[in-house]
Design a protein around this ligand. Structure first.
Ligand code: HEM
Ligand code: HEM
Length: 185
């Protein structure tokens, strides 16, 4: 009987998991895929002048298109609330972590585009050549290019930490976080 009451109480405590909108879920997973592919196809050093990694550019620029779309969808539709049972500091850390990820999702493609321009490599997507963001310089291409190259790996590490936190929320705190971003109902 006591056990029964406990489980009923726990049942009542369980938060109703609200999902991100379908469009936010699709954009999240497409972004994660494009970041991973852009990172895998990245190249540095003098050899990229002879053979520019056009697919690195294309998947990297797709991240920019996806993140802009995502922020518009976010402004229009909002996001599900954080579980109020989690400590305020953890909720703040999640918000700060997400904001940092968003900052990288903007900064990486723009700094990469700038680095390509500094190297004098035209950035062409679907047959359209984008305008250069800066005049070409002598090698090395400069600080922004260096920040871009290091930033790519930092972004991947942050995303890994973010994934671990999502798994911790789902399986240790059992607050349904992963389900919020899952395409399944
Ligand atoms: C490059 C890879 C990834 C990037 C850039 C990324 C980025 C983000 C961002 C910016 C948010 C905040 C969404 C918002 O509130 O507008 C988010 C939410 C989320 N992500 Fe990721 N993510 C990545 C990979 C992953 C992976 C691999 C997982 C799962 C293992 C994951 C699980 C989640 C979950 C569950 C949320 C919702 C968190 C919540 O609202 O409490 N993400 N992601
Ligand atoms: C989220 C998107 C992106 C990620 C994660 C990313 C990641 C990286 C990484 C890790 C490197 C270093 C590779 C190495 O040194 O072996 C790199 C280099 C580079 N990326 Fe990206 N990149 C992204 C988007 C872009 C875009 C959109 C462009 C251009 C339109 C671009 C252009 C470049 C260029 C020109 C370099 C060489 C820089 C140099 O040698 O100093 N990247 N990128």
């Amino acid at each position: 009987m006591g056990l029964n009451n406990n489980s009923v109480e726990r049942q009542m405590e369980k938060p109703v998991v609200q999902h991100y909108s379908k469009i936010m879920i699709v954009l999240h997973w497409l972004t994660a895929l494009c970041v991973l592919i852009a990172w895998l196809l990245s190249e540095g050093g003098p050899k990229i002048l002879q053979n520019p990694p056009i697919w690195h550019f294309a998947f990297g620029l797709a991240v920019l298109v996806l993140v802009v779309s995502r922020l518009i969808a976010r402004l229009a539709g909002g996001t599900p609330p954080a579980d109020p049972r989690n400590p305020a500091l953890l909720r703040f850390a999640a918000k700060a972590g997400h904001a940092t990820l968003y900052a990288f999702l903007f900064a990486m493609p723009i700094s990469g585009w700038y680095a390509a321009s500094a190297l004098g490599i035209p950035v062409t997507v679907l047959g359209v050549t984008l305008p250069a963001l800066t005049a070409p310089v002598q090698q090395p291409p400069g600080l922004i290019a260096e920040l871009h190259s290091t930033g790519g790996t930092v972004l991947l590490a942050l995303a890994g930490l973010h994934a671990l936190m999502a798994i911790y929320h789902q399986f240790v705190l059992k607050d349904g976080t992963l389900r919020k971003m899952s395409p399944a109902e």
